[in-house]
Design a protein around this ligand. Structure first.
Ligand SMILES: Cc1cc2nc3c(=O)[nH]c(=O)nc-3n(C[C@H](O)[C@H](O)[C@H](O)COP(=O)(O)OP(=O)(O)OC[C@H]3O[C@@H](n4cnc5c(N)ncnc54)[C@H](O)[C@@H]3O)c2cc1C
Length: 396
C-alpha cells in the first residue's frame, strides 16, 4: 500500500511496508510539510500536509526505500575488540567501541550524534559536543529512536567543517546518507549497530505501566531503566526504585522476551535490506556473541566484547587510529556470523506478532500477557512440538 494515505497528496513517499521511519523525507522537506506521526502500533511515519506540499518530489527521492544506498561488500575482516579502559567497557553494552570512537572524534574537535532516552522514556537522537554529554548515549535502547532534525544539524556541522560521528541503526544511517546527497562528507564518520529490529516507544511505555502495576508502584518511580546490565555482558534489564537497583527477571522481563523473539518489530524489519555482511556505514559495531567458544580469545570478556567491522577505507583508517586504545584480535567470518543472525538474515516474523502487539498495547496485566504469549496450554503444546521437530532436524 502506498504511503501516505492522505488522498489529497500527489506524492507517494514509499511503500508503507518498507518505511523505516528514518525521517530523511521529514528532514528534507523544504516547506516543513511533513510531520512524523505515530501509527496504531506506535511507529513514526511521515504524514504530508496537503496545504503545505509544493509537489517538489524531494521526499521520495531522499527515501532509502526507493533509492538504496550502495553497500561496502565485506571489505574488512571481523575484529573482536574491547576498550583497554575497563571503566569504559563497564559503562557500555558490549566492548565499549562506541565510546572509544567517540573520544577520538572529540579529540579531533568533532561532535557525536547518538541516542538518549528522555524523561518520558522515549529514545531520540541528539548531539554530544563533549565527553559529559556522551554518557546518556551509552548503552543500547531497544526501541526505535526518533532521529528528529539531526540530519539537518549534521549537514550544518559538516558545512562548517566540524568532524561528525553519526551512530544509529543501518536504516538511520541510510536515511542520513541519502539526505546529505552531495554534501561534502569527508569529515563524516558513520557507525551502525548490527540491528535485531526495533519495537516502538509506545510498546515500551505500555510495558512500563504494566510493570508499575505489577509492582504496585507509580510509573514515575521507575527511574533510569537500562535494557542491559552494563558492568556484565548480559541482556538483563535493570531500573532504579527509590535508589535501589532492581534486576528484571522471569515474568517481569516480558518486554525483552518479546523483543528478543522478534514479536514487536516494525514491519520493515522482517525484510530488512541491511541485515547482510555488506554494510553501508564506515564501521559496524555489535556484540561478539560466542567469542572464544571455538578458538581462544585472549582477553577478559566478562563485561562485554564488541564485534567490529571496518567497512570503508575511512572505517579502516579510523580503526587503525584507535587500535592503541583497544585489546583486539582479527577473527573469522564463520565465528562472527554464528550467533549474529542479523548480519546475514533479517528477523523472522513470528506468526503471533499481531497478538503480541495487541497484548502489549492493551490493558492486560503482565501475568495475563505472559500467559497469552508463553504459558497457555496451546503455547506449551507448540513449544513441545517445536522441540521435537528441532530434535528431528525438521526445523532449526
Ligand atoms: C535496536 C538495537 C538492536 C540491536 N541488535 C543487535 C543484534 O542483534 N546483535 C548485536 O550484536 N548487536 C545489536 N545491537 C548493538 C548492541 O546492542 C550495542 O549497541 C553495540 O554493540 C554497541 O555497543 P558499545 O559497547 O560499543 O556501545 P554503547 O556505549 O553501549 O553505545 C550504544 C550505541 O548504540 C547507539 N544506540 C543506542 N540505542 C539506540 C537506538 N535505539 N537506535 C539506534 N542507535 C542506538 C548509541 O547511539 C551508541 O552509539 C543492537 C542495538 C540496538 C540499538
Amino acid at each position: 500500500m502506498p504511503w501516505p494515505i492522505n488522498t489529497h497528496i500527489m506524492v507517494e513517499i514509499c511503500d508503507t511496508n518498507d518505511c523505516t521511519g528514518c525521517g530523511a523525507c521529514y528532514n528534507a522537506c523544504p516547506r516543513a510539510a511533513i510531520s512524523m506521526q505515530h501509527d496504531d502500533e506506535g511507529f513514526l511515519r511521515p504524514v504530508i500536509d496537503a496545504g503545505l506540499c509544493i509537489d517538489c518530489h524531494l521526499c521520495p527521492r531522499v527515501c532509502p526505500a526507493n533509492n538504496p544506498v550502495t553497500k561496502h561488500e565485506r571489505v574488512g575482516k571481523p575484529i573482536a575488540a574491547i576498550a583497554a579502559d575497563m571503566a569504559t567497557v563497564k559503562r557500555s553494552s558490549s566492548g565499549g567501541m562506541f565510546s572509544t570512537i567517540a573520544e577520538h572524534i572529540f579529540a579531533d574537535g568533532g561532535v557525536v550524534y547518538g541516542v538518549v532516552m528522555d524523561e518520558g522514556n522515549v529514545a531520540h537522537h541528539t548531539v554530544a559536543r563533549n565527553i559529559d554529554e556522551l554518557a546518556p548515549m551509552r548503552s543500547s535502547k531497544y526501541i526505535q529512536s526518533d532521529t528528529r532534525q539531526t540530519y539537518r544539524s549534521v549537514k550544518q556541522d559538516l558545512k562548517r567543517g566540524v568532524p561528525v560521528l553519526y551512530t544509529g541503526t543501518p536504516c538511520q544511517i541510510a536515511g542520513l546518507l541519502n539526505y546529505l546527497g552531495n554534501t561534502d562528507r569527508s569529515r563524516l564518520v558513520t557507525a551502525d549497530v548490527v540491528c535485531h529490529g526495533t519495537p516502538s516507544a509506545k510498546m515500551f511505555i505500555s510495558y512500563l505501566h504494566k510493570l508499575a502495576d505489577y509492582r504496585h508502584i507509580q510509573y514515575e518511580n521507575i527511574k533510569d531503566f537500562n535494557f542491559r546490565q552494563t558492568d556484565t555482558w548480559d541482556i538483563v534489564p535493570v531500573f532504579y526504585l527509590n535508589g535501589d537497583k532492581i534486576t528484571l527477571q522471569r515474568a517481569e522481563n516480558l518486554y525483552m522476551r518479546l523483543f528478543l523473539s522478534g514479536r514487536l518489530h516494525r514491519p520493515c524489519c522482517y525484510h530488512c535490506p541491511y541485515a547482510t555482511t555488506g554494510r553501508i556505514s564506515d564501521i559496524t559495531i555489535a556484540d561478539f556473541w560466542g567469542i572464544g567458544e571455538k578458538m581462544a580469545f585472549h582477553y577478559d570478556t566478562k563485561a562485554g566484547c564488541s564485534l567490529v567491522l571496518p567497512n570503508s577505507d575511512k572505517g579502516k583508517e579510523l580503526f587503525a587510529q584507535i587500535s592503541g586504545k583497544l585489546h583486539y584480535e582479527y577473527r573469522s567470518w564463520e565465528e562472527a556470523l554464528k550467533y549474529n543472525h542479523q548480519l546475514h538474515t533479517p528477523s523472522r516474523q513470528p506468526r503471533d506478532r499481531a497478538t503480541a502487539i495487541k497484548a502489549v498495547l492493551g490493558s492486560d496485566s503482565i501475568e495475563r500477557v505472559n500467559y497469552i504469549m508463553f504459558n497457555s496450554p496451546a503455547k506449551l503444546l507448540q513449544r513441545i512440538i517445536r522441540k521435537i521437530l528441532r530434535k528431528l532436524h525438521f526445523i532449526h
